[in-house]
Design a protein around this ligand. Structure first.
Ligand SMILES: Cc1ncc(COP(=O)(O)O)c(C=O)c1O
Length: 396
């Protein structure tokens, strides 16, 4: 059981908030936090305005407004080849983040363990600890290479849950069929629940996303989480959803009732409207990101960074061999202070930050002129020789 002071590490300022604050303080180009600098689809925005004006301004039911539940049930039901009941199989949450927190609070007891694939989005670690449980990291790279031993070794009699994230933050990797089958096999054999965070499912540039919930035998034990944040580039709306078998959805919804009770009614209605046109809207969000990914990756490689290929989402990882820095944390601070470019260090993506590799995360969810300005600043800073570390600073 984690003491409250330890659990509070997850409740303090996140690395994303602290790096965004640093970007404002230094007037740096912010390639850190995962949000796009665009307005979002006008269809969704007009629908939100209409809902506000029409007076849809009171509490939604805890499961979310019926039109959104219906849309999610119909669209994801078609993807899974199942008939989903909008009330029993879908629940709307305040972003994917609330679904993740609610699932961990509902399913984990003090002393339990939950397996995460590292690097792991930091909300998983915080939510698992908030439930009093212990996150156990498994290197994502081993799974992608077809090695199942690390995952098998991480599962103990205390394990209750595996948290999976594909497409993956921060690497942009997509778990292929072999990796999904391995997870399915391990989860089934040890009778574990699986939380599958698929928020980047519509932002795929290379390869194909397959939901863990559609792997044979997995529907019964998997809660699939997704969100309008990344799909429509509306991160500030905090409209997400969880879908799965009735029992899992009911347990999550019962937590949501006492976390937020319900999310924002007019925004949920607007997302339902946007989902009605997902086939047209998704490429409008995705294709500019694909071009921005090329611009950033090519620019970083031209400067001499080694970039880990990213297939999806908002991010790429790179090394920081061009910098005089020991840790990812030091490298991110050096880039911010010396070059005026904010990135994200990877330590917070590890249950044990000492195990973090020498990588930093860059967001390409920025307009081309912003990315070009970041690359220009980096080039200028590097002309003065290797960028010097600024020490470890005040970031956690
Ligand atoms: C993997 C992953 N899951 C969940 C979220 C949060 O989603 P939401 O804004 O819908 O809460 C993010 C945001 O960066 C993310 O990267």
């Amino acid at each position: 059981m984690y003491p409250a002071s330890e659990r509070a590490r997850g409740a303090g300022e996140t690395i994303f908030a602290s790096m965004s604050r640093l970007a404002r303080e230094l007037d740096a180009v912010n390639l850190g936090q995962g949000f796009p600098d665009t307005h979002g689809p006008s269809r969704a925005i007009e629908a939100a305005v209409r809902a506000l004006r029409a007076g849809s301004n009171q509490y939604a039911p805890p499961g979310g407004v019926e039109p959104l539940r219906r849309q999610v049930a119909s669209l994801w039901g078609a993807r899974f080849g199942r008939t989903l009941d909008p009330d029993r199989n879908v629940t709307i949450t305040s972003g994917a983040t609330e679904a993740i927190a609610a699932a961990c609070l509902a399913w984990l007891d003090p002393g339990d363990e939950a397996v995460v694939l590292e690097p792991a989005y930091d909300a998983y670690l915080a939510a698992i600890r908030a439930a009093g449980a212990r996150p156990v990291g498994v290197d994502l790279g081993t799974l992608l290479e077809g090695d199942r031993a690390a995952l098998e070794a991480a599962v103990t009699p205390r394990t209750r849950l595996i948290v999976v994230n594909s497409p993956h933050n921060p690497s942009g990797a997509i778990l292929g069929t072999a990796a999904l089958n391995t997870i399915a096999d391990v989860a089934t054999r040890s009778d574990l629940r699986v939380l599958s965070d698929e928020v980047y499912e519509f932002l795929v540039y290379d390869g194909e996303h397959r939901s863990l919930g559609s792997v044979p035998g997995m529907w019964e034990r998997t809660l699939v989480v997704s969100s309008a944040a990344k799909t429509f580039g509306l991160t500030g709306w905090k409209v997400g959803w969880a879908l799965g078998p009735e029992q899992l959805v009911r347990e999550v919804r019962s937590q949501v009732q006492y976390l937020t009770y319900a999310g924002a009614t007019p925004l949920q209605l607007a997302v339902a409207d946007a989902l009605d046109d997902i086939d047209a809207l998704a490429p409008l969000v995705r294709e500019p990101l694909r071009r921005q990914r090329e611009l950033l990756v090519r620019g970083l490689e031209d400067l001499g960074f080694h970039v880990v290929p990213s297939q999806a989402g908002y991010f790429v990882l790179s090394d920081f061999g061009l910098l005089r820095a020991e840790t990812s944390h030091e490298a991110a601070l050096a880039l911010a202070h010396t070059a005026g470019v904010v990135t994200i260090p990877v330590e917070p993506f590890y249950a044990d930050p000492a195990r973090a590799p020498k990588l930093i995360r860059w967001s390409f969810a920025r307009q081309p002129d912003v990315l070009s300005e970041a690359l220009r600043r980096l080039r200028t800073a590097l002309l003065d020789g290797p960028i010097e570390s600024q020490g470890t600073g005040a970031l956690r």
